[in-house]
Design a protein around this ligand. Structure first.
Ligand SMILES: Cc1cc2nc3c(=O)[nH]c(=O)nc-3n(C[C@H](O)[C@H](O)[C@H](O)COP(=O)(O)OP(=O)(O)OC[C@H]3O[C@@H](n4cnc5c(N)ncnc54)[C@H](O)[C@@H]3O)c2cc1C
Length: 464
């Protein structure tokens, strides 16, 4: 089969690409330790009907399809392991309807969270989920993304009210709707959020919005006593019952990386980045409580930024931490854990991660959205050195085992992709058959992002 000429019967030639810089972007990821694999073609649909036509064609010819947003997912989610079509939704990027009085927006999947928030500002509204890359809402729905705001607002699954989905045979289905809650049948919206492109393609997403808080204060609390003390302080802040906006932890090495990358001069020690949001009075009270908690854990510096530009600079530094770490280790692949533990287990988990990294003689940094019990250990891996890779895998495994033994999860926000397939088996071996059954129902020919989430998924037989 000549895939390119057959696709030419569906889309104009200038929206079918098989070489060049943008094509290459679809064979890897912006931040990955997996070797690139090119697709056979990248296509850029501009409407739901075009997506339907491409999916129907791929289903008939058994050609794999990998939905693609911004390609920033971290576990090789968009790697076309069996070749086929990379379906780039970036040109379906219209904000279809803002309903300020209902706190709801309807978007196409290619809108990014940054783009959405820029458009919402005039309405005094906020969409809170904020991964450290300007990711697409389709991709964020695909991975059930979260970020620094999740401790207050929750992850994508808490924001998506409804979806329009093109299933693996080209059938169009809608889930949910415009109401804030519903008890109408199974929670299919929740099922599709986090499906990593394996069940279908989202062509429309209905999202919840929030008012921008009256008062916001952001600050840093520095803990020379160590990462565990910072972790204990984070847990105590959550336990105090205040409505904290953000609680982010970065270790000393990450601060070093951020200082070099962003030309900041933050004290090099484990640090909590905090944000308090609400009314004037509630913010004042919460800051006083947090300060006293931090001091109990040996915090030496507790500094605040009320000015919007200074606050943005602080959060930009936190958001760019992953890029700063990559810069610190040029040429290395970035392997990251993403475990999430019950919040009371967090201090112990941080200590265990630090000790495990050191006992294996590995380089590694620790940072995370600790208000949710979610943290990342990131290992810069020498991709030419199999012993280095094996050491990193071993540490990764030990950190995951520690979390699972406490009822936690192998992935709090990044998803399974290719990199955590084995971890998912450990965590949910007893429900994998059920998940596979759902996959078969939504995608009978197995063309949707094969090889992800499940081990040993049979590749589609026809195609290129
Ligand atoms: C520097 C950096 C910082 C990050 N920080 C965070 C963070 O704090 N929190 C966090 O959660 N993540 C974080 N990430 C990871 C990443 O941004 C998220 O996983 C994000 O959700 C991916 O969105 P994307 O648009 O890049 O999607 P892609 O990577 O393109 O796709 C992600 C998955 O969704 C599927 N998909 C994409 N579009 C659709 C669609 N329309 N329909 C169906 N399936 C679709 C894909 O097939 C794939 O499986 C970070 C990444 C980087 C590089």
């Amino acid at each position: 089969m000549d895939l390119l000429s057959e696709l030419g019967n569906i889309l104009p030639q200038d929206r079918i690409v098989s070489e060049g810089e943008d094509f290459d972007r679809h064979g890897g990821g912006v931040f990955t330790y997996h070797a690139p694999i090119p697709p056979d073609a990248v296509v850029y649909p501009q409407s739901r009907d075009e997506v339907v036509e491409v999916v129907r064609f791929a289903n008939e010819r058994r050609v794999p399809i990998v939905p693609f947003g911004e390609g920033s997912s971290l576990e090789a989610h968009t790697l076309p392991v069996n070749g086929g079509i990379s379906l780039d939704l970036g040109r379906m990027n219209r904000i279809l309807e803002v309903r300020p009085d209902d706190f709801i927006v309807r978007v196409e999947p290619g809108v990014t969270h940054g783009g959405l928030n820029a458009a919402l500002a005039e309405h005094g509204l906020l969409f809170p989920v904020d991964p450290g890359w300007d990711a697409s809402l389709g991709g964020m729905t695909g991975t059930n993304a979260s970020g620094t705001n999740a401790v207050r607002y929750g992850a994508m699954r808490d924001q998506v009210l409804g979806l329009e989905v093109v299933l693996g045979d080209g059938t169009v289905m809608t889930t949910g709707g415009l109401s804030m809650k519903s008890s109408a049948g199974y929670n299919l919206t929740g099922l599709f959020v986090g499906s990593e492109g394996t069940l279908g393609v989202f062509t429309e997403i209905i999202l919840r919005l929030y008012p921008i808080p009256e008062k916001v204060l952001a600050g840093r609390a520095v803990f020379p006593a160590g990462i565990e003390a910072a972790g204990r302080a984070a847990v105590a802040v959550i336990r105090s019952g205040m409505q904290i906006g953000r609680v982010e932890l970065v270790d000393a090495r990450t601060i070093e990386a951020v200082n070099a990358y962003k030309q900041t001069d933050y004290t090099v020690a484990p640090t909590l980045f905090l944000e308090f949001a609400g009314s004037e009075a509630s913010v004042e009270r919460d800051v006083a409580v947090a300060r006293s908690i931090a001091e109990t854990e040996g915090c030496e510096t507790f500094e605040f930024e009320a000015d919007e530009a200074a606050r943005e600079k602080l959060w930009e530094a936190r958001h760019d931490a992953a890029l700063a770490i990559r810069e610190l280790y040029p040429g290395r692949g970035m392997m990251g854990t993403d475990v999430c533990v019950p919040i009371s287990d967090l201090p112990g988990a941080l200590r265990h991660a630090r000790e495990t990294i050191e006992s294996h003689g590995l380089e590694g940094v620790i940072l995370g959205h600790v208000g949710d019990g979610n943290y990342h250990a990131v290992f810069p891996v020498d991709m030419e050195d199999t012993a280095d890779q094996a050491r990193a895998e071993e540490v990764n495994e030990e950190i995951v085992d520690y979390a699972l033994a406490r009822g936690g999860t192998c992935t709090g926000e990044h998803g399974v992709g290719l990199g955590k397939v084995g971890h998912l088996e450990k965590e949910h071996g007893d429900s994998l058959a059920f998940m596979r059954g759902i996959k078969k129902l939504a995608d009978p020919s197995g063309i949707m992002n094969p090889g992800k989430i499940f081990a040993g998924e049979a590749a589609p037989t026809g195609g290129v």
